[in-house]
Design a protein around this ligand. Structure first.
Ligand SMILES: [Zn+2]
Length: 493
């Protein structure tokens, strides 16, 4: 028996040593390969099997998750995003693009379908995109383009059906892997017309890709390293002070976030040079945007986006680069991510069923189109998620009924915030106050433009609440329901 044990020990020891050796030699690549094997999902419809329309204009959507406008050089020249700066030089830059929601699920759903949540049916996340929704991948596929879908966002993986219509599907452990995969595909298929989607989730909290780099970390004591992870959780939705952190922590987090965005910028650079190398730049419209922004304390929230809708989280970058057709310029008019679906349909020459969004082509061509109203809603928070009294006392937490809403039209942005009783209305002049820091409700409250916009938001809200299968309350246990009824938030069953 002793001999057998000894043999086993030698075998396991040797196998262990071999693994360590391979790990040391293979380094990151091996770790990634193992990670792809464990967590990745891959699927592909061969290009050969598709009947493609060779003359079609290709479209590539690069979506940076959680990326504020002012994190990118075209909006703030001191931002260190050189590749996106170069893209901006050849782009139409939309100064006032609004995400349809301040959190991923419904925001991507609107981007992919051209519909607001009341019609696409994604009210929270994770949440399935209903099969009957037509995504831009399905429409493009039907219209003779190859479709590519790549993400590492767990709520966008196949399980949730956002990829309906994708020929090439990749769900991977990190953005580097996805970028490699996209570059590889572009190089192997230089003549294939396509509609592609690459989500770069690197900028999303936790800002830990940069952790371990000396530049930022030298400013943190060892205990701060731990603080970084804890902060993210506690202050995500609530104030720094409430979570027990000092203001000094804010600039550190900002720097970490900026580093994450820089990493995404480098990946964008790799994709753009692959387009150029493969001769596709003149045949491909490149769109760069974000699903929502991120709060850095402007309205009491830190390192979060879902609970609110002010500009730092709802206003997103939008660059459209196709210089031979659209000379570079800024567009100040309010537009939405919801407008991308009909725009892509126009580019690829596909018919577009009636949707909530409207094609951006007139604006891209320099014509005026000022009559748009665009909306954003926040994640409805439930009572049991709220740990801090400051937030709890200020807002109603009834799932979607507690969602705050933004409407943008003309020069104004209006925020409608459900309070414990009634609504708070805030008014901002977009051009003067891009971060929504000065509420003009006291000055402009009676302005007919404000009244009109408030009415439009209320109408959008009723539709949202009417269509939601539940208002976030279905998730509640019997006990939680009782507690909410006791607080007067819920009618007793
Ligand atoms: Zn997101």
């Amino acid at each position: 028996v002793n001999k057998r044990v000894w043999k086993w020990m030698v075998t396991f020891g040797a196998a262990g040593l071999l693994l360590i050796l391979v790990g040391v030699v293979g380094g990151g690549d091996l770790r990634r390969s193992l990670s792809v094997l464990r967590h990745g999902e891959r699927d592909i419809v061969p290009v050969k099997s598709r009947d493609l329309r060779q003359d079609a204009t290709s479209v590539l959507l690069l979506v940076l998750d959680t990326t504020r406008r002012d994190a990118l050089s075209p909006y703030r020249p001191s931002a260190r995003t050189p590749h996106i700066a170069a893209l901006g030089q050849k782009s139409v830059i939309f100064d006032a693009c609004t995400a349809a929601a301040s959190f991923s699920g419904p925001s991507y759903a609107s981007l992919f379908t051209g519909l607001y949540a009341a019609r696409h049916g994604v009210f929270d996340h994770p949440w399935e995109l209903p099969r009957e929704c037509v995504t831009l991948f399905e429409a493009a596929r039907q219209h003779g383009l190859y479709t590519v879908y790549m993400t590492q966002h767990p709520y966008l993986r196949r399980r949730w059906h956002y990829d309906q219509g994708a020929d090439l599907y990749r769900y991977g452990p990190d953005d580097e892997y996805l970028t490699d995969e996209l570059v590889k595909w572009l190089e192997e298929n230089p003549l294939v017309p396509f509609v592609g989607f690459l989500a770069l989730t690197t900028p999303h909290w936790p800002y830990d890709v940069a952790v371990g780099r000396k530049g930022v970390l030298s400013r943190l004591s060892p205990s701060d390293g731990k603080l970084h992870r804890e902060t993210s959780d506690a202050t995500k939705m609530f104030g720094l002070a409430e979570a027990g952190f000092s203001d000094e922590y804010l600039p550190v987090q900002r720097d970490l976030y900026a580093e994450e965005v820089q990493r995404a910028d480098a990946l964008v650079g790799r994709v753009l040079s692959a387009l150029e190398r493969t001769g596709r730049l003149g045949k491909t419209v490149v769109v760069l945007t974000a699903d929502h922004g991120e709060a850095f304390g402007e309205h009491g929230f830190h390192f979060a986006h879902d609970p609110e809708v002010h500009a730092p989280v709802s206003r997103v970058p939008l660059l459209v680069s196709f210089p031979q057709r659209y000379p570079s310029r800024h567009v100040p008019d309010p537009v939405g991510l919801v407008d991308l679906f009909p725009t892509v349909m126009e580019w690829i020459g596909a018919p577009c069923s009636p949707v909530d969004g409207r094609s951006l082509v007139p604006l891209l061509e320099g014509r005026e189109d000022r009559s748009r109203t665009v909306f954003c809603f926040s994640r409805g928070l439930l009572e049991d998620r709220v740990k801090f009294p400051l937030v709890r006392d200020r807002y109603r937490f009834l799932g979607l009924e507690g969602s705050s809403l933004l409407g943008a039209r003309g020069e104004l942005d209006v925020v409608l915030q459900p309070m414990t009783e009634g609504f708070a209305v805030e008014v901002y002049e977009r051009a003067e106050d891009p971060l929504h820091l000065v509420d003009l409700a006291g000055v402009l409250g009676d302005d007919p433009r404000v009244e009109g916009l408030v009415a439009a938001i209320q109408e959008y809200r009723s539709e949202l609440l009417d269509r939601a299968p539940h208002r976030g309350l279905a998730d509640l246990s019997q006990e939680q329901r009782k507690a909410l009824s006791a607080l007067g938030y819920l009618d007793p069953d």
